[in-house]
Design a protein around this ligand. Sequence first.
Ligand SMILES: *Cc1c(COP(=O)(O)O)cnc(C)c1O
Length: 496
Amino acid sequence: METLYHSTRNASRVMSSKQAILTGIAPDGGLFVSDQIGTQSLDLSHVCAQKYHAIARLVLGALLGDYTADEIAQCVSGAYGDQWDTSAITPLTALGDDWLLELYHGPTCAFKDVALQMLPRLMSVARTSAGDGKNVMILTATSGDTGKAALEGFADVEGTGVTVFYPDGKVSDIQRLQMVTQRGSNVAVCGIRGNFDDAQTEVKHIFADAALRDRLANAGCVLSSANSINVGRLVPQVTYYFDAYAQLARAGVIMVGEEIDFCVPTGNFGDVLAGYYAKLLGLPVGRLIVASNANNVLTDFITTGTYDRRRTFHKTISPSMDILVSSNLERLVYYLSDGDCDLVASYMKDLAEKGTYTVSDSILRKLQSSFGCGFADDEATRRTIRSTWEELGILIDTHTAVGKAVLDARQHAGRQRVCLSTASPYKFSADVLAALGTDVAQLDGFACMDALQKLTGTVAPTQLAGLRTAPERHTDVCDQNEMNAFVENACRRVFA
Ligand SMILES: *Cc1c(COP(=O)(O)O)cnc(C)c1O
């Protein structure tokens, strides 16, 4: 059956999931949603007997109806192959009385790999179906993590290319090396003299540049984004909620049908929204606990029903969660409003113009019946890294520690609880090492990695340790006003 998608702000124009994945964001600024989600449940007993790849095929089949079973099977085996350091893909391990869902076993050691290994394959299939022969150049500005995950996902994927801009001198040593050592004949990486916002702003200008779009179209190329609002990034994340449940059921920890809670370190609301999609697909979820850092706009929203981005932006040790406008929340509000596009559009207009909106009582009640919330500042995050190591012997990264801190502060509802672990501790070696009490002021990225191994007796993932000897392939650095030309050149080179 075809799954039809439309904008959260207007239901009149529908398109297939393939078109939604190629288009990215709706022309009216809304996000693509499908009203078919929730009309059909997955067979839970059947799911619980399956391993990761089979569960991924079931979930993708349910949410992306116009992909054939063969297309989905190919995408799944390509996305979750031996670029992962465990065939379980997302193993579940004990975390004291709770459970840790390890989402960081992919090529870049952060959970974005789960989606970004899949999105390029979904796009490539959609592009072939569209049949217009257009090549897709993915364009991304990154503050560190997303750029590398996009590079690794799109590298050498047929009919696609990827161009990444990062702020030169403003990403960590390891993050820079991850990007500039990237292999692949269709990748382009460039540092920007400026900060992340400068890069981001210019990328938006490039997307809006009609003359460039025409020149690229003549050369058979369209620009697209790998942003977390793309349906093709959201859907793959639903799999690991079912897979975590299946792992607990197979281990005899829960009976099939029993509710469990998930705690999710949250930034743009993509990860935790995937948990809500799992619930709509019939997964017995008690609460989805939204864990924030000092940028606690979502804690306030879930507590009061008022979203207010007019507040100080905090730079924290969990940078991938430093965000004041959580884009994917718009999809949740759509579903909680029973699909009232006009209402969603009015909230988003208020957010854009006044910086705030307040949802109706009925939406707030539904929000609070499915979601819990909490936040941890940097001090609490460091304390949690230290106590988790000292008391449980488990090393967690700064983002995961926000989730664990929020879980620890909550009253136990008697359900099994799964804390999503979104990055390897070695991706944030300096802050993790500092939280354990080491003075890191004089240490570079690799020295921190070494010291963390020595202190804890754990081993850094080869994906990161191997950077030490990897050749630097991308040495370009440019000014903001040269980015446009860089993109055009990259398109001509990659799709020549
Ligand atoms: C992106 C990211 C998050 C936040 O996920 P969202 O889907 O944006 O809520 C949390 N932790 C890490 C390590 C990330 O890279």
